[in-house]
Design a protein around this ligand. Structure first.
Ligand code: FPP
Length: 246
């Protein structure tokens, strides 16, 4: 196992969980079997991140573009999500995890929205890790939504054009109350962002692994986090400047 330093963990870890379909195909199984196996990975990674003391974990579970998949796969994914959220609430309570969802919830089936609301309400008082599922989420859509609400606030006189700044705008995003991700992991060898958290990832450290999501275990998580710990985040400054600041 890779040796992690507890003091230099990302505060916010974001993950693009990819490769469920390929994992299944390689075993001559149906895609849904890969998604089911992917849920087991989700359970394990959520628990491990919470034990490690990571403050925010954001998982890309269903993109705005995923609605274009075959109807049977979309239905199966919605069923899996509903089952997972419902089943995990007691464990979230045990682990002091607060549940959260970002994305266009209006597009989700009403039964999924009901379990989402229930999990958010039940875990609202928890003070440990915030687990966010991105559901029906697209970053461009999020940015357009934020700009639309901001424009309405301007039209109604709630804010003025001179007040507009990066931080004011960020307050209109779904992630308004969260720190920006420090670290992004994408599994299955694809090296893309795929419309995930475009604004928030501006200074995030990126990590890509060939492992498919169903095979991404504790060992791989620790390996990725060790890689993060070896990086120097400069935010546009020089190495010497950072050392001088201590
Ligand atoms: C990518 O695999 C995965 C997804 C479409 C979403 C991830 C969903 C899960 C892990 C299951 C449900 C999630 C939760 C939080 C319970 P892919 O189908 O794109 O794989 P492929 O690129 O190999 O086809």
């Amino acid at each position: 196992m890779h040796i992690l330093k507890t003091e230099k963990l990302p505060r916010h870890l974001a993950i693009i969980m990819d490769g469920n379909g390929r994992w299944a195909k390689a075993r001559m199984l149906r895609r849904i079997v890969g998604h089911r196996k992917g849920v087991e990975t989700v359970r394990m990674i959520v628990e491990e991140c919470s034990l490690l003391g990571i403050s925010c974990l954001t998982l890309f579970a269903f993109s705005a573009e995923n609605w274009l998949r075959p109807k049977t796969e979309v239905q199966a994914l919605m069923m899996l999500l509903k089952k997972y959220i419902k089943m995990e609430v007691p464990r979230m309570m045990q682990n002091n995890i607060r549940f959260n969802v970002i994305g266009n919830r209006e597009e989700l089936p009403s039964d999924v929205n009901r379990v989402v609301d229930d999990a958010i309400a039940k875990t609202a008082g928890n003070s440990g890790m915030i687990l966010t599922l991105a559901l029906s989420y697209g970053a461009r859509q999020e940015i357009v939504r934020a700009a639309t609400i901001m424009a309405a606030d301007m039209a109604s006189g709630k804010i003025s054009a001179t007040e507009v700044s990066e931080s004011l705008f960020a307050g209109y995003l779904y992630t308004a109350d969260m720190p920006e991700p420090d670290f992004l992991i994408r599994t299955s060898g694809e090296m893309r962002i795929s419309n995930f958290l475009l604004w928030q990832l501006a200074y995030t450290e990126l990590y890509f692994t060939d492992i498919n999501w169903p095979d991404f275990g504790k060992r791989e998580l620790h390996k990725a986090l060790c890689d993060y710990q070896d990086r120097e985040r400069r935010f546009g400054r020089t190495s010497d400047q950072l050392q001088a600041r201590g």
